[in-house]
Design a protein around this ligand. Structure first.
Ligand code: GRF
Length: 208
């Protein structure tokens, strides 16, 4: 399967997925990297690894930038099957959601539907989890709709919140699980092991 990965930051999830592809455990290829921050670590890693980088959304004075419809056309040109958001901080335009139904995934560093939405990003998520007194947190991978963090939940991992955790400590513990979970989900996605229950809930079928 052909994958597009969208990043805005360091891209550690992107790297771990790419490494699993190189190692042969994910049967797919990252054919394009989309970013709104051309200088971010994820974009740098893509360039170093010969993965084409596309800027989205539009930025002034850049000839390569794109509108939502151009982006859809470009992704089609790369024959993209699935889109993996990995720390992409912009809202996905409805044109893209409609062009790729049941094909766009996002990872969020809390157990959704708790601590999701536009105001929960980066360390804010972990600060809010700690402040709430919740004893558990962990990453969620969900399908993407036209809102922040509200699409159908596909997979989650539970991580304990320790008594004296700082947001950074909790973030690191969650991030480690994010890498495992995204690789597991990307593996299933490329092997067509995602199935949809009648009520619209997506599930991962185990390997036979
Ligand atoms: C992760 O915590 C992810 O859950 C969130 O953004 C962060 C991205 O980290 N959506 P990285 O760029 O993959 O290191």
């Amino acid at each position: 399967k052909n994958l597009a990965v969208f990043v805005s930051g360091g891209g550690s999830n992107f790297r771990s997925i790419h490494e699993s592809i190189l190692g042969g455990s994910i049967h797919g290829e990252i054919v394009v990297l989309v970013t709104n921050k051309p200088g971010c670590g994820g974009a740098e890693y893509a360039r170093d690894n010969g993965i084409p980088v596309i800027l989205f959304p539009k930025m002034k004075e850049n000839l390569e930038n794109l509108s939502a419809n151009d982006l859809v056309t470009t992704l089609r040109r790369y024959k993209v099957d699935f889109i993996l958001l990995a720390g992409f901080l912009k809202l996905i335009p409805v044109e893209l959601v409609q062009a790729y139904p049941r094909s766009i995934l996002n990872i969020h560093p809390s157990l959704l539907p708790a601590f999701g939405g536009k105001s929960y990003y980066g360390m804010k998520v972990h600060q809010a989890v700690i402040a709430s007194g919740a004893r558990y947190s962990g990453p969620t991978i969900h399908f993407v709709d036209e809102h922040y963090d509200t699409g159908r939940i596909l997979a989650q991992r539970v991580v304990p919140v320790l008594t004296n955790d700082t947001a950074h400590e909790l973030a690191a513990r969650v991030l480690e699980k994010e890498h495992e979970l995204y690789v597991e989900v990307a593996t299933a996605l490329c092997e067509e092991r995602i199935i949809w229950r009648e009520d619209g809930v997506p599930l991962i079928r185990n390997k036979e």
